[in-house]
Design a protein around this ligand. Sequence first.
Ligand code: BGC
Length: 896
Amino acid sequence: MGNLVATDLTCEYRRNPLGVGVRRRRLSWRLEAGRQGVLQRAYRLAVAAEDGDFDRPVWDSGRVESGESVLVEYGGPELASRTKYVWRVKVWDDAGEESPWSEPAVFETTLLDRSEWQARWIAPAASAIDPQTDAAFLLRKAFRVKDGVKEARIYATAAGVCELYVNGRRVSDEELSPGWTSYQYRLQYQTYDVTELLRAGANAVGVHLGDGWYRSGLAFDKRNFKYGDRRAALVQLHIRYEDGSEEMVASDASWRAATGPVTYSTIYDGETYDRLERDGWSVAGYADDDWAPAETIDLPMETLVPQENWPVRVTETIRPIASLVTPAGDKVLDMGQNMVGRIRFTLEAPAGTTIVLRHAEVLDKDGNIYFGNLRTAKQTVVYTARGEGRETYAPHFTFMGFRYVKVEGWPGDELPLDAFVGEVMHSDMPLTGEFSCSDERVNQLQRNIRWGQRGNFLDVPTDCPQRDERLGWTGDAQVFIATALYNFNGGPFFTKWLRDLKAEQRPDGGVPFVVPDVIGDANSSGWGDAAVICPWTVYRYYGDRRLLAEQYDSMKAWVEYIRAQGDNEYLWNTGFHFGDWVALDAEDGSYVGATPRPLIATAYYAYSSRLLSEAARVLGKTEDAAKYGELHARVVQAFRNEFITGDGRMTAQTQTAHVLALAFDLAGDAAPRISRDLNEMIIRNGYHLTTGFLGTPYLCLVLSDYGYHDTAVRLLLQEGYPGWLYSISKGATTIWEHWDGIKPDGTFWSDDMNSFNHYAYGAVGEWMYRRVAGLDMDGAVPGFKRIRIEPLFGSGLLSRAKTSYRSMYGRIETAWQTDGNRMHVQAIIPANTTARVVLRGATVAGLNIDGRPVGAGGPYPEGIQSIAAAEHGVEVEIGSGEYRFAYEAANLFRTK
Ligand code: BGC
């Protein structure tokens, strides 16, 4: 007793956030306890004004009898705009122990009312600076500050991407702000604390403004999509003084404008720098008389929303591991890792020396750097030296996907490795998951999956980070989300993206291929279903009901869209579909796998209507729950009639057809036969898969769940082509778009579609967490409040696996190890959760817990609620804490 505490306080997933725009903010905390088996019985929340005076709280919930500790809604009076609040929580556990008040945490509201925006959109006066210039703009304003600043905040955004400076210093380490949203409907603004950067007297604020996603020209096939042709900035600085007075500096026509040394910058092509430096341009004394005036321009204010996503940052720096001279004579750096971000370099060179950095993912079979798969994207940085001693540069408004960098023009014969640093950039999501096992190649696969996620979660879930694409493909996001959310906390990331999806949904419920939509096409099964699958998955991982409620209409609209398509209400057998994209059973010259598209479309129709019905149930929409439950049943029936023969076989003899029928529970009584057929197909194929984007994510899951875990593990460990480890045998450090991006003879798949950083096939990660390591969630309770731990062992191909996952309740860990037939399973679950542990092949009589034998009737060690024999072994119900199980295993591989 005496050890219960509430800790890790977060507001809307974040620690002490600035700029919270949601009105009914949600607060989360974690319990720590000195004993096992702890549940929260009640909580009390208190919110105080910024002075932290809890004797006069803004809101005190009083004691609330509830086990909820995740995303609990603030229930007090309306909070003021631009105001900091301090909050704390205390809890009672199920033994009646009361915790002390937690350490206080803070959150700060942002501009809660649009009318508070006084700033105007500004751009350099068109009469003085050509708005179409490629050069990045500089915008500045000098202002005076009185003594006694208490706090200062900047609220800012851009049509373009920008860096903000106050008195010569960057206001934050966030990159590529304001990020990428469906700008026509939603534009995020950021909030920065600049208190420390101001000083009494003369000050200046500056904006460095590039094209970014807004004006770079996006999408393949020379579509060159632009949101607008004129960059602009919107900045509002609020200064609060100790005496309670306030001042504001806001963008308007009194600002000054110029072009800077970044003479060109786009998302795909890279950046060019030439010496037109304006030293000190964002400090107060700088003479801007020769600058142009700014002018206000009309851009919408209604679209502004506070930052929703995790910001993009440089999260890691890596050094090149080698400098090569290729057979073609190019000087090339090898970063040792296919990464996304940029190179920062330092050099000393005579004025006017031009350095060119061209970024690529791979070397070809001869060892030459290969740019072919970039298509038209140049990913090139051109830098012209100033010649004033050591100079350092990293591009401002672009990012590249690369492992190799061809460097031209570098002074001297060799590329000095210590002159270059790779800066890894992505949405700065907290890392939540780790997986490792006894096979080092699989551990590399896990690293590749994680790198693929980092590189492609750069504000938007993208297909790839290198070629002239880098788009928010809905299908890719949908197949990968369940793995993604094990690896990193993606709550805010998907909240933002799904709001864009919803904003861009067509009046008929259709869903664009890519979100933000820059290509204008919509509606493929397996792609549009992201509208349903993604919010549901976020709900499952974090218990985020609000997102589900917000997206509900969008989910429903997509299902209704489908219903209106087929020539039969319950089949979707019309229209365009990407199908089982890039599957190996595609005909020569086609990207579309052999699984019939109506089969795939109807399978997804069934799945989406089921999830919709479940979402309706969760949200208390009883009528809809019944209606879509009924729809689901009819679609399943239609699927069976159409795609399963009378004697229970799939009409289509492809792996993916079998996988989808099983994964979405469409097969009914035919499931055992269909799973057996699938297993045999794979064995006949020498333990090789043929699946594409849609079959692959579920392939191992269904094999394991239908009793063929060993086949699944063999598929995983397949080193020959095709299989996950094939790319690893070829030295991959990220997941490839194609199973044979580099063929066994060293040649490439065609140039036009050959990304070496495409996360889709990394979707196997979900199965590694859930089945190999056995860390899973309960089917009915979201958010890992109720955990299921059931490692599957396979026939000794792997001898151990370990995983940890930082849920909203805290850290969950599972680890197992075999020692002959002796099994060791370790489980750790956080306070305020419970778990069912299924120990495959165990018997109650033979089970040891924490080194001691336990009988069926107890007494059990602390935290254990029950132990019972079950179909596959023993089931143990546990409360929070750490447990070690050991037993002699029998019958590990019995099938379902
Ligand atoms: C992308 C894919 C995407 C596909 C649509 C490709 O160009 O890279 O990942 O899902 O198009 O089929």
